[in-house]
Design a protein around this ligand. Structure first.
Ligand code: DX5
Ligand code: ZN
Length: 216
């Protein structure tokens, strides 16, 4: 199965964001993960449209945008216009998951749905055939640097079985607490995309760490 690393900009140095984006652009990471938080869906606020522009200008890599916001439908189109290649919304954040997926696609991006740690894999099953990506949160969304919640690997395995069973083309991405110590078990469970924030940005050599995460 192909492997992709999506380093999370949330852990970047915002005083020197252009340098960090240039580093990611040089690195083996194929995607760049962008965490948008509204202080309502999650107990933290990150950043929004003004920060998307310079990121988009600094790289041609896939911008993997993770919206941790209520009423995501309201902003989907603007995120796509700001340069998002993939827009992932939370299953728990909308009444109309199917409508939100259709809206993302209509806006011209790939569509993802994310589930929080307490949401079972089965909750996303009805949408698998419409999705390009399923994002399994392996920490409670809101902050970088938390520890991986045990049981997340089993959730990935369950989704892998369901995706293979129904013939969905959705890739599985995992987000939260990914380290060099747990990456292998997550790949083995059938996950293709690993988000990594603190593991990449707190390391001595982020580019080398991205390489190591790909080759555990
Ligand atoms: C958390 C965010 C994550 C976060 C991951 O709500 O969705 O993408 O940046 O950070 P680490 O890899 O440090 O757990
Ligand atoms: Zn994220």
């Amino acid at each position: 199965m192909p492997r992709i690393i999506s380093p999370s900009v949330l852990s970047a140095d915002f005083g020197h964001l252009a340098d960090d984006i240039a580093m990611l652009d040089r690195s083996e990471a194929e995607w760049i993960h962008i965490d948008v938080m509204d202080g309502v869906f999650v107990p933290n606020i990150s950043f929004g449209f003004p920060v998307m522009g310079p990121i988009r200008q600094g790289t041609k890599k896939v911008l993997d945008t993770h919206l941790m916001i209520v009423n995501p439908e309201k902003y989907v189109e603007r995120f796509v216009r700001a340069g998002a290649d993939i827009v992932t919304i939370h299953l728990e954040a909308t009444e109309d998951v199917r409508g939100a997926i259709a809206m993302i696609k209509k806006a011209g991006a790939k569509a993802g749905v994310s589930i929080k740690p307490k949401t079972p894999a089965a909750a996303v099953a009805p949408y698998l055939n419409e999705l390009d990506l399923v994002l399994v949160m392996s920490v409670e969304p809101g902050f970088g640097g938390q520890s991986f919640i045990e049981g997340s690997t089993e959730k990935v395995a369950e989704l892998r079985r369901e995706i293979d069973r129904c013939g969905s083309r959705a890739v599985i991405e995992i987000d939260g607490g990914i380290t060099l110590a747990n990456a292998a078990e997550v790949y083995a469970a059938g996950c293709e995309v690993l988000v990594a924030g603190s593991t990449v940005f707190a390391s001595e050599n982020p580019e080398a760490t991205i390489h190591e995460l790909l080759n555990v």
